[in-house]
Design a protein around this ligand. Structure first.
Ligand SMILES: Cc1cc2nc3c(=O)[nH]c(=O)nc-3n(C[C@H](O)[C@H](O)[C@H](O)COP(=O)(O)OP(=O)(O)OC[C@H]3O[C@@H](n4cnc5c(N)ncnc54)[C@H](O)[C@@H]3O)c2cc1C
Length: 390
């Protein structure tokens, strides 16, 4: 990846959009804005584009967003889900396969797209702060160990869950939860096109998963609420399944608890947030790639004055539905999960096969139409949540 040096205080760059963070959401925004004709600079604190490996699962919606670029990062396809709880199981055969993507390949492909569209990059450049100036915004950065200033009309914070851009511009911090994932050998009894999910509410209100990335390797992971407990439960789970970790992957993931407005005016300039920085994560399954891209597209449209409203309103509805599902599931006890799996009869499984989790409203309506008792179970979950908060 070619780097162009930052040009401190250069007034020729006053109309430039500066994007902080060269990862999934930032690079997607950069490519979209640069293609639309605005000059874009991405600043990234790491010395070069060297994303750590991460095995991710996304729905087929990813293909629509990425077109040809997607092909480079897809390493496997998932055609079936198996859900387990307390000795019970349910299988769901997907109509459109989910995709397993390798994050380092995805980021390399997105960076190529962004660069081809005209984006310039400044690595080893850490964002420190932002404030108004007479032309728009001045950014304080540290580049190669030296403090400098940059000017921009617009800044996009794509700097992840602990976003410094968000803090500097006055957004409150987002809550995060730990996600731990280990690469393991694929168990002999697990087909490489099948994802397994275990609901074990004594360990976590979320779930464990096994995602095959090839015929012989898979990612086994868990989301928890507290770092140390999550790691301890995960190690026990690995032991129980007789699996050896070959590599570790992990980070803290934002918890969506309501829409984070993506724009703030500072003087004559504007600051936006995209991806994890704006908690654009489906909190039911804790997936942030597809929703982060949707947020990035909405912000790119706003920067290009192309009417971002519709994309962002649709994303808000989507994230809201996942928040409702999470609230319903979060206080489930073992008996509730057992009932959930028992209620997944042929017609309910058909809904789960036809609609994916990036069209959650359609999925939910279809599901409760075919299996109304799921609605009662969900309402009970919501009520339990309310009582425990009360
Ligand atoms: C182990 C693991 C598994 C996951 N699995 C899935 C999955 O299966 N499906 C799914 O959809 N999602 C998954 N996620 C979530 C998904 O990876 C994230 O939602 C997504 O990567 C967020 O991208 P982002 O660009 O918003 O932020 P990040 O990827 O966090 O990128 C932030 C970037 O900003 C840079 N930066 C930070 N601070 C500064 C600064 N001050 N100055 C300059 N640069 C800065 C960082 O170096 C980084 O490059 C997983 C996450 C983890 C950790």
């Amino acid at each position: 990846m070619k780097e162009s040096k930052t040009q401190p205080g250069n007034s020729n760059h006053s109309s430039e959009v500066v994007i902080v963070g060269a990862s999934a959401a930032g690079l997607f925004t950069a490519a979209s804005v640069a293609r639309g004709g605005r000059p874009v600079r991405v600043v990234e604190s790491k010395p070069q584009l060297e994303p750590s490996a991460r095995t991710l699962i996304v729905t087929d919606h990813f293909r629509t967003q990425m077109a040809a670029v997607a092909q480079d990062s897809v390493i496997n396809e998932i055609r079936r889900f198996e859900l387990f709880t307390d000795g019970r199981s349910a299988q769901i055969a997907l109509k459109k396969p989910d995709l397993i993507i390798e994050r380092s390949r995805l980021i390399a492909a997105l960076a190529r797209e962004a660069q081809q569209a005209g984006t310039s990059f400044s690595f080893d450049t850490r964002f420190l702060g932002v404030g108004p100036n007479e032309r728009g915004l001045h950014l304080e950065i540290e580049s190669g160990g030296k403090r400098e200033e940059l000017h921009a009309d617009s800044v996009v914070g794509a700097d992840g869950a602990a976003s410094r851009v968000a803090r500097a511009a006055g957004w409150p911090p987002v809550e995060t939860v730990p996600l731990v994932q280990a690469i393991v050998r694929l168990p002999k009894d697990c087909p490489p096109d099948t994802t397994r999910v275990w609901f074990i509410p004594d360990d976590t209100p979320y779930f464990y998963w096994l995602i095959p990335e090839s015929p012989d390797r898979a990612a086994l992971g868990v989301i928890g609420e507290h770092g140390r407990d999550t790691k301890r439960c995960f190690e026990k789970f690995l032991e129980k399944k007789k699996l050896e970790p070959l590599e570790w992957q992990g980070a803290r993931i934002p918890v969506y608890r309501g829409w984070v407005p993506v724009r703030r005016q500072i003087g004559n300039g504007e600051v936006f947030l995209v991806g994890d920085a704006a908690a654009q994560v489906k909190v039911s399954t804790v997936g942030g790639i597809v929703t982060g891209f949707r947020g990035a597209l909405g912000v790119a449209q706003a920067l290009l004055k192309k009417g971002a409203g519709r994309e962002l309103a649709a994303l808000r509805r989507e994230l809201g539905t996942h928040w409702m599902i999470r609230r319903a599931l979060h206080h489930f006890q073992q008996k509730d999960y057992s009932q959930l799996v028992d209620l997944l009869d042929v017609s309910a499984r058909q809904s789960l096969a036809e609609f994916h989790r990036d069209e959650s409203t359609r999925l939910l309506w279809n599901l409760v139409r075919r299996q109304p008792r799921l609605l009662l179970l969900g309402l009970r979950g919501l009520l339990m949540g309310r009582r425990s908060r009360g």
